[in-house]
Design a protein around this ligand. Sequence first.
Ligand SMILES: Nc1nc2c(ncn2[C@@H]2O[C@H](COP(=O)(O)OP(=O)(O)OP(=O)(O)O)[C@@H](O)[C@H]2O)c(=O)[nH]1
Ligand SMILES: [Mg+2]
Length: 450
Amino acid sequence: MTPMDTIVAPATASGEAALAVVRVSGPEVPALVEALFPAPLPPRQAGLGSYRSLEGRILDTLVYVHYADGKSYTGEALLELSPHGNPWLVRKILDDLVARGCRLAEPGEFTRRAFLNGKLDLSQAEAVVQLIQARSERALEAARRQLAGSVGNTVNQLVDKLLQITAGLEAYIDFPEEDLPPEDQEGPAGQLRDLLGEMDHLMATRQYASLLHDGIKCVILGEPNVGKSSLLNALTGEERVIVSAEPGTTRDYVEERIHVGPYLLRVIDTAGLHEAASALEEQGIHRSLEQIRSADLLLVVLDSTRPSPALPETVLQLLRRQNSIIIENKTDLSVSTSLAGFAPDCPHVRISASLHQGLEELRGTIRRTLEEGLVIPDENAVIVSARHAGALQDASECLRQARLKLADAEPAELVASDLRGAIEAMGRITGKIDPERVLDRLFSQFCIGK
Ligand SMILES: Nc1nc2c(ncn2[C@@H]2O[C@H](COP(=O)(O)OP(=O)(O)OP(=O)(O)O)[C@@H](O)[C@H]2O)c(=O)[nH]1
Ligand SMILES: [Mg+2]
């Protein structure tokens, strides 16, 4: 894989569509543009032209845009062709470009070139994958910020501070403490402590990564027959789960993804909780408990035509204002009464799952509970990647070692060596000191044409 050849790949998913995009990047692009479009428009202007194959057949009439060397996504001369979205036609164009000397790109090779040409740092290159895979507004926003450089900039600021501490280290060792200005009394030890605090804060954002990407795990629970499956159907707007008047209808759990405002929720319907009747039901209840314990948010459904439920003590103990919403269902029935006395600290919402009443209020309560209870903060930089988390972990370990050595008054050179270790570990995030194999692992997650 030499960066000097000219690569080609479809940038759009294969399949029938109005348009497809084929990208070509590399040194041969200017000559290709001349050969394909006899009077090409200047860079960055969309032109309409006939694509003629090497044998002289017109394959399609299409829009093309070319970019000058150094002024494109990849940082190389780049050509984008937008033929009609016919997979067979796209194939013909790719074959023709290969016949003209281009090579089919490896997965992620366009973004890899962007990185190698300094158009993106590594954290930004990874954000391209996250942006494409994001399934909620919040996930999209985190990826957009990372692509704009939020993680890279935060890491660079931390590295700058570390460099300053390293520089200050020798001065600190050389002068006795009483000669230092009062704010520097603590010297590097204090600065290191503050820096570690900032790194811990950045690492703590990792807990939001799975909430953003996999969705917030939200479990519907309650006694049998209270309307749990009806609620899931109402929330998804589909008859997804079997609903019946017979208690114990749901025996296994069913999972659906829904959006509430900017959040993606994985909503899981569970088997009703009660003293088990049959062995099969008992198994279902056991599985419900497993789901409940690992949930981020609990939706507790009550039948408001009946007295407060006797849920297992293990479940009642989990219900808190920050993670649980009590849903009083079946309010359409005349015998429905308020169950405000059940888990009174938790927010209550009265709904009719079968008539789809109260669902907007429920969505509002879900959103407020997530924002107040789960505290998904509006952080600038969120550490989503396991690779970044690992690098930060290594860096803080080095800093902790440095602190210990400072406290033991060990020689400055040893402390400085730990600080360099930390700088190197953080450099892995932006890729300033990255070995080739990290690149291979990273870019192989991309699909071809990115
Ligand atoms: N009147 C009325 N009936 C409802 C409402 N929600 C559910 N039901 C009825 O209650 C019964 C049980 O509903 P399901 O949604 O199957 O209840 P479930 O909690 O999933 O039951 P299990 O899976 O057996 O634990 C069905 O006959 C539903 O039609 C409601 O809002 N109003
Ligand atoms: Mg059910």
